[in-house]
Design a protein around this ligand. Structure first.
Ligand code: SF4
Length: 179
């Protein structure tokens, strides 16, 4: 039996509604260590205007952020800081790896540079390039919004560590690094 809804009443799933709110209110945590950080700053500035996608509220307090953007190379010495900030961010949270250095170590194929931050924190989107253009970062944020809408659950089961880590990555659980 069809039920007539009154005007201005919309029925949806709770998951769908929560995902819609989450995807349109991403608060980035900029972890900018090198030249990619300049493009990250340009993305938030007036010409590219990240505010159009609801993700312009950059915060420097991890407890207020839900989107880590790693922009630039990460050296082993900085890794405990990266992991500490990631662990301080509340769930649900996502990560974008911006540029060749953050994703693979780039041209710095050396023992002191992390050869891909996804070995230590789960990454949802990779932005190729050296450096990537602001348009590419914006595209990654749009793709991430799609992913949040498609895969997000209110219970957060999509955040199980095993499901977020790549198959060939070495770490199954995030180690807590003591300083
Ligand atoms: S990917 Fe290129 S632009 Fe980005 S931090 Fe590395 S060297 Fe700099």
């Amino acid at each position: 039996m069809a039920v007539e809804l009154p005007e201005n009443v919309v029925v949806s799933k709770l998951d769908h509604l929560a995902n819609w709110c989450r995807k349109n209110s991403l608060w980035p945590m900029p972890f900018a260590t090198a030249c990619c950080g300049i493009e990250l700053m340009a993305t938030g500035a007036s010409r590219h205007d990240l505010a159009r996608f609801g993700a312009e509220v950059f915060r420097f307090s991890p407890r207020q952020c839900d989107l880590m953007i790693v922009a630039g190379r990460v050296v082993m010495k900085m890794l405990p800081v990266l992991q500490r900030i990631w662990q301080q961010m509340p769930e649900p949270k996502w990560c974008i790896s911006m540029g060749a250095c953050a994703s693979t170590g780039g041209v710095f194929d050396t023992y002191c540079v992390v050869q891909g931050v996804d070995r230590f924190i789960p990454v949802d989107m990779y932005v190729p390039g050296c450096p990537p253009r602001p348009e590419q970062l914006i595209q990654a944020i749009i793709d991430l919004q799609d992913k949040i809408q498609r895969e997000g659950t209110i219970t957060g089961e999509e955040f199980e560590v095993a499901s977020r880590q790549g198959r060939n990555r070495s770490l199954l659980e995030l180690p807590i690094i003591q300083r």
